[in-house]
Design a protein around this ligand. Structure first.
Ligand code: IPD
Length: 303
């Protein structure tokens, strides 16, 4: 029997809620957190905890039972694999980040979420982003809208975007990738600050994207994110009327295609998003173009 995406969402949401109980329990206990941080000697700014691994295992094993024919990709299993690559095919594939915002989790900064996205033919079609600390459950299904705690997104009907100076940007610096990448990230933040405008950082790519989906901020951009950070949130943001693209026009895409209609490479490690606007796609393309022009790009190995 073929399940509808709504049925899949319902079953998966129950798994994510249970996983959320584990994350919340650990978040409340400094003892659990302090004893669970694992040193990645290769990069001390890219943390992993035993809780990340336990939650990923729990979600993997639960989804395997519920949807035996679907493939699974998770942050911790990919990081531990030899190829370190995210393989997306035509087969439905769960893309999971057990804790997005691990550094926040370790410090008790409450922007921490579980991300579970379903990708079919390389397109994200269903997404769940759950912050059990703030009790915010974001869900989205391609073509069916997105919601926070069952309220339709966007929650905030913002005024039209008039000029970049009035905009609220979000960006992140992520973990240390190298001096060149750091200089570019800082230059990009500076470029928006000197518009002048204001820039925020929550420390979780998925939480940032959900703010854009809510309508609480206008743009989000980041270099260095991974497929599991954004697969689920991409559906949620798009279904709220927002747009998710890369830093550059993808190769082979005709110039007549508006930016807002460009395809997005989930494995490309760079993201630029804009919230839904009442003026529509033409206007989103114009604003995205203005922001993209200000963003410096750099080479980075894809997932
Ligand atoms: C990180 C967070 C952070 C972003 C990094 C991500 P993780 O994910 O989303 O905000 O800046 O690029 O890697 O490691 O906490 O799952």
């Amino acid at each position: 029997m073929e399940l509808s995406l709504e049925e899949i969402l319902q079953k998966t949401k129950n798994v994510v809620i249970k996983a959320g109980e584990k994350v919340k329990e650990a978040f409340k206990s400094r003892e659990i957190i302090n004893s669970s941080v694992e040193d990645k000697e290769s990069n001390p700014t890219d943390l992993v905890t035993a809780v990340d691994k336990e939650v990923e295992n729990y979600i993997f094993s639960s989804l395997k039972v519920l949807f035996p024919s679907f493939l699974l990709v998770g942050e911790e299993t990919v990081s531990a694999s030899e190829s370190k690559k995210v393989i997306l095919t035509d087969t439905p594939t769960w893309v999971i980040d057990p804790i997005d915002g691990t550094m926040n989790f370790v410090h008790g900064f409450p922007f921490v979420c579980i991300c579970v996205g379903l990708v079919v033919k390389k397109e994200p079609v269903l997404g769940i982003v759950y912050n059990p600390i703030l009790d915010e459950m974001y869900t989205g299904i391609k073509g069916k809208g997105s919601f926070m705690n069952d309220k339709k997104l966007p929650l905030i009907q913002n005024t039209p975007l008039k000029s970049l100076q009035r905009c609220l940007f979000i960006t992140e610096y992520g973990y240390f990738l190298g001096q060149n990448e750091l200089d570019i990230k800082v230059a990009n933040a500076k470029s928006m600050l000197s518009l002048p405008s204001q820039v925020r950082s929550l420390g979780s790519c998925a939480m940032d994207m959900c703010q854009i989906a809510k309508g609480s901020a206008d743009f989000y951009f980041e270099i260095g994110i991974h497929t599991w950070d954004l697969a689920a949130a991409t559906v949620i943001l798009r279904e709220s009327g927002g747009v998710v693209v890369g830093y550059k026009r993808p190769k082979g895409i005709d110039n007549s295609i508006q930016i807002a209609d460009e395809p997005f490479d989930l494995n490309g490690r760079k993201v630029l998003c804009i919230r839904g606007v009442i003026e529509g796609k033409e206007y989103q393309s114009k604003m995205l173009g203005e922001v993209r022009e200000r963003l410096k790009d750099c080479e980075i190995e894809s997932d």
